[in-house]
Design a protein around this ligand. Structure first.
Ligand SMILES: *[C@@H]1O[C@H](CO)[C@@H](O)[C@H](O)[C@H]1NC(C)=O
Ligand SMILES: *[C@@H]1O[C@H](CO)[C@@H](O)[C@H](O)[C@H]1NC(C)=O
Ligand SMILES: *[C@@H]1O[C@H](CO)[C@@H](O)[C@H](O)[C@H]1NC(C)=O
Ligand SMILES: *[C@@H]1O[C@H](CO)[C@@H](O)[C@H](O)[C@H]1NC(C)=O
Ligand SMILES: *[C@@H]1O[C@H](CO)[C@@H](O)[C@H](O)[C@H]1NC(C)=O
Length: 624
């Protein structure tokens, strides 16, 4: 299916910030219209199919009073699969009016084989292939009002709580919609959430959590909307747009827990909202903010010293002797954290000695030992072991186990290009996922690597992968603000939200992992634009992978040095699909690394998983 959509019109017909929609109108306030640039093969066939499916939709809406309708007309070369959804608080007459307006205007897309049009009251869309699970995310749109609520009303805090509750409750409600009215000092917040009925509860939750992360940026402004035209909608306002008797009691669907009774208070106690309530809500808000904010690698001393084994201290003179005075000959490479040397200890054991870039910051002194203690306690077969450390003056040195086979990039693009077969590549893909899953989810504290790339994946004698350089970001000299940590990543592998906004989570590693997987499959560097005669290859790796996968030509991505008789095309397709799930634009949509391990290990072909389009991030890729 072709997802190349372009916004034809995103014009706003009248100042929507002043418009809220009254109760009992079809809410034809225009939000967005997108029309595919891909033309139908036969326009009159498209128009016939479109008319037929729209007629079927209309009869379901107007005659059977449906709020959600699906219809298809598939004769000829250009099938049309259409869905319509109107907000459940609208009357049958208003839904029909909204449908008629949408159907008339979507015909402005005269040649495109895919389009959608969204009003406040309803959404109409059609595609040229069947709606698979509808987990396809075209694009998210957020519309924030520009008036700020009065600070004293706690509008922002209460609003955030309501939206969070809606996100949790809506997927559990039959019909997937909920409208709530919540009192705040001097007024109320009217909030609504809805998912397409074809979604699974999980995809509904996923979709809404994306919208929540967008719409929360509107608070404390008095209204906001966030939509994903392929799946869900969220809206809040201080002005009513549905009647009081149309609200849903969502408290039944919220998990009963310590917060459960408080939520009830929010609903019924708005007018009474005393100082205590505000304090509780504020702490909830900050707790939420914190849980949303980038996770930092917690310090070792918070773990209780007894849990962790002390780190081995090496003598500087021993390391100096082992590396022949850190000679150029022994140098294995130079990374973001400093140079690495091969060393041979007195007992004959080989080690890798990493001299960290020296910094003037005293922070390093304070944190060096606790960080190193933490890292040296990470034991997993897919993670490089830190054997010990050494401090002398300003010098900080880490000693690692030595990996005979050097790093994965050498096998993919370097001297040993073409020497890995498919089975070995698959094992590297799986092992790397296991190592990351351990760092993120199984170790005492969640460790985010921040710099996953093929140069940081080392191979042992059996060509099993071991991830290097984890846990080091805090040991970089300089201050630890976004600005400096942003450079911890490597261009081309860095998740867009991390590169652009410094938002760091485990999902940034998931993204980089997805890029590495594409490199392993294709034998191409993520940052290189491959200029081959065929024009589609004149493109960088992620975009090319997406294009080929979407057009069913994914096998063209596979490294030409691989023997086509030696791999299973279905397995290759599955792995490319997983890589594209990992590189989706929305961090929330990307799988956790433990899910990646499960997906890789299972034989299901992930029929239900459809990756959404990544952000193509070209400016990032003109890097050397
Ligand atoms: C489809 O419907 C529109 C509007 O009702 C009409 O103008 C057009 O002629 C129809 N096209 C076809 C091919 O039936
Ligand atoms: C509505 O339903 C009735 C009976 O089910 C049918 O006769 C009529 O044609 C339908 N109207 C439309 C517009 O589909
Ligand atoms: C469709 O075209 C008509 C006529 O040009 C225009 O008035 C209307 O705003 C357009 N609708 C959309 C959604 O672009
Ligand atoms: C909201 O934005 C519009 C257009 O930018 C402006 O005319 C209006 O004054 C703004 N309202 C407020 C309260 O800032
Ligand atoms: C809901 O309230 C409206 C007036 O606000 C009234 O017209 C309507 O009949 C009520 N509906 C129900 C089901 O009570």
């Amino acid at each position: 299916m072709q997802l190349k959509l372009v916004a034809l019109t995103l014009s706003i017909f009248w100042p929507w910030w002043s418009f809220e929609g009254a109760v009992g109108d079809p809410q034809l306030f225009f939000l967005t219209f997108e029309c595919s640039t891909v033309s139908a093969r036969d326009l009159s066939n498209l128009h016939q199919n479109r008319n037929a499916s729209f007629a079927a939709l209309r009869s379901q809406v107007s005659n059977q009073s449906k709020h959600f309708a699906a219809a298809q007309s598939t004769s000829g070369s250009d099938p049309v699969y259409a869905t319509f959804q109107c907000r459940n608080y609208l009357s049958n007459t208003d839904c029909t009016t909204c449908f008629d307006a949408a159907a008339a205007n979507i015909r402005n897309c005269s040649t495109g084989n895919t389009a959608h049009l969204v009003y406040d009251g309803c959404i109409l869309r059609y595609l040229n292939s069947v709606f698979l699970d509808n987990s396809i995310i075209f694009s998210s749109h957020t519309f924030c009002g520009n008036q700020t609520a009065d600070e004293s009303t706690a509008f922002g805090t209460v609003g955030l709580q309501v939206l969070m509750d809606l996100q949790i409750a809506t997927p559990k409600i039959s019909g997937y919609f909920a409208a709530t009215k919540t009192h705040v000092a001097g007024g109320a917040i009217y909030a609504f959430a809805q998912c397409a009925e074809t979604l699974t509860p999980d995809t509904c939750l996923n979709c809404l959590s994306n919208q929540l992360s967008n719409i929360q940026g509107c608070l404390p402004n008095t209204n906001g909307r966030a939509i994903d035209p392929s799946g869900c909608f969220m809206r809040y306002s201080e002005t009513p747009y549905f009647a009081d008797n149309q609200t849903t009691d969502i408290s039944l669907f919220l998990k009963q827990g310590p917060g459960g009774s408080m939520r009830k208070w929010v609903t019924i106690g708005g007018g009474l909202a005393g100082a205590l309530l505000v304090v509780i809500l504020l702490s909830l808000f900050f707790w939420y903010r914190r849980s949303q904010s980038p996770k930092r690698v917690p310090r070792a001393y918070t773990l209780g010293a007894t849990e962790l084994k002390a780190v081995t201290k090496y003598k500087y003179s021993d390391l100096k002797a082992a590396t022949k005075n850190f000679s150029e000959k022994n140098k294995l490479g130079e990374g973001g954290f400093g140079a690495v040397y091969k060393g041979t200890m007195k007992n004959g054991k080989d080690v890798a000695v990493k001299k960290l870039l020296s910094g003037k910051s005293s922070k390093i002194d304070d944190e060096f030992e606790s960080e190193v203690t933490l890292i040296s306690n990470v034991h997993h077969k897919n993670l490089v072991r830190l054997l010990g450390c050494c401090s002398k003056g300003q010098e900080r040195i880490l000693v690692y186990e030595y990996m005979a086979n050097n790093s994965l990039d050498k096998f993919l693009f370097g001297k040993r290009k073409g020497s890995l077969n498919w089975r070995q590549r698959y094992d590297i893909i799986l092992g790397t996922a296991r190592g990351l899953a351990y760092l993120h989810e199984e170790f005492h504290v969640s460790v985010i690597h921040r710099d996953i790339k093929s140069g940081n994946i080392l191979l042992d004698e059996e060509l099993q992968p071991k991830i290097a350089d984890f846990g080091l970001a805090k040991l970089l000299p300089g201050d630890q603000s976004h600005l400096s940590t942003r450079f911890a990543g490597t261009l081309g592998y860095t998740a867009p939200e991390y590169a652009l906004h410094g938002q760091l989570s485990e999902k940034a590693d998931t993204y980089s992992y997805g890029i590495v997987v594409l490199e392993i499959i294709s034998g191409r560097k993520s940052t290189n634009v491959n200029v081959v005669d065929d024009d589609i290859e004149d493109d960088y790796l992620l975009r090319q992978s997406w294009t080929l996968y979407e057009s069913g030509k994914h096998l063209e991505l596979v490294d030409k040095t691989l023997n086509p008789n030696k791999y299973d095309p279905e397995e290759v397709k599955k792995v490319i699909g997983i890589a594209l799930l990992c590189t989706q634009a929305s961090p929330a949509m990307r799988p956790a690394m433990s899910e990646v391990v499960v997906q890789l290990s299972s034989n299901d072909l992930l029929e239900h998983m459809r990756p959404s389009m990544p952000i193509f991030f070209e400016s990032n890729l003109r890097a050397p």
